[in-house]
Design a protein around this ligand. Structure first.
Ligand code: NAD
Length: 255
């Protein structure tokens, strides 16, 4: 098992027990990390809080990552409570539902802006806020999807946002590398979560992935959590700026 004793991690993106953030929280907790787990708003609180309670020592915080003020308040709270941070997990994305169906050509200006603000800019904002709390270095992890590099029907503007996210990972890795802060993305295969249900034809995506991937199945949240635990740990100390696939091998196939 990966040893995360003595590390403190802040995880963004817990909505419910299907969330990838929940799979990651369980694995980081299993490794011994102390966890600060964030949910988006009051509406998400009751379900998230029930899960957080099940992990002894973990605490819940509220933060809408599209608000600079909420990010600043959160990191003041984290500084007060933990003093330092070692790991940031960014498992957050959003695009207006109407932009995740139909023809990409009809992407709205506002849909494009929101998708990039919530799903990409937020990684820059939380990394900048976390860096001063990581004097000994750290690990920033975000979640991406294959639709960043190949056209996946219905993924639309989110594919463009994920391409931007993967480029952002590389630029942040270069900015933060001298401070010994590593930045990586996990490219997960499709999983039935709240966010994924917003993408048209999810059922078909799941079926195609499990039919075509070398392992002939879909990935689950805990397997993504396992990769996140590795990236959070010192075992991955020389890995930064990368996109690591946790997709049962789907991305290697040409046909
Ligand atoms: P999810 O719906 O469980 O999690 C998405 C989270 O983003 C939710 O907790 C939501 O509250 C949060 N969020 C949205 N807007 C926010 C805001 N303004 N401020 C704070 N939080 C906000 O779904 P998930 O599938 O676990 O998504 C987590 C990440 O994994 C996303 O980046 C998603 O794109 C990525 N991902 C998902 C899949 C998949 O198939 N489920 C595959 C690859 C990558």
């Amino acid at each position: 098992m990966i040893n995360l004793d003595g590390k403190t991690a802040v995880i963004f993106g817990l909505a419910n027990k299907r969330s990838i953030a929940w799979g990651i929280a369980q694995k980081l907790h299993e490794g011994g990390a102390k966890l600060a787990i964030c949910y988006q708003n009051e509406r998400m609180k009751s379900e998230a809080a029930g899960l957080i309670e099940a992990l002894p020592g973990a605490d819940g915080f509220q933060c809408d990552v599209s608000s600079d003020a909420e990010i600043a308040t959160l990191f003041e709270q984290l500084k007060e409570k933990y003093g330092k941070l070692d790991v940031v997990v960014h498992a957050v994305a959003f695009a207006p539902p109407e932009d995740l169906h139909g023809d990409f050509l009809n992407t709205s200006r506002e849909g494009f802006r929101i998708a990039h603000d919530v799903s990409v800019y937020s990684l820059i904002a939380v990394s900048r806020a976390a860096a001063p709390l990581m004097p000994e270095g750290g690990s920033v992890i975000t979640l991406t999807y294959f639709g960043a590099e190949k056209v996946v029907p219905h993924y639309n503007v989110m594919g463009v946002a994920k391409a931007s996210l993967e480029a952002t990972v590389r630029y942040l890795a270069n900015s933060l590398g001298p401070q010994k802060i590593r930045v990586n993305a996990i490219s997960a295969g499709p999983i039935k979560t709240l966010a994924a249900r917003g993408v048209g034809a999810l059922g078909e995506m799941l079926k195609v992935h499990s039919d075509k991937s070398p392992l002939r199945r879909n990935v689950d949240q805990l397997e993504v959590g396992g990769a996140a635990a590795f990236l959070a740990s010192d075992l991955s100390g020389a890995i930064t700026g990368e996109t690591i696939y946790v997709d049962c091998g789907y991305n290697i196939m040409g046909f």
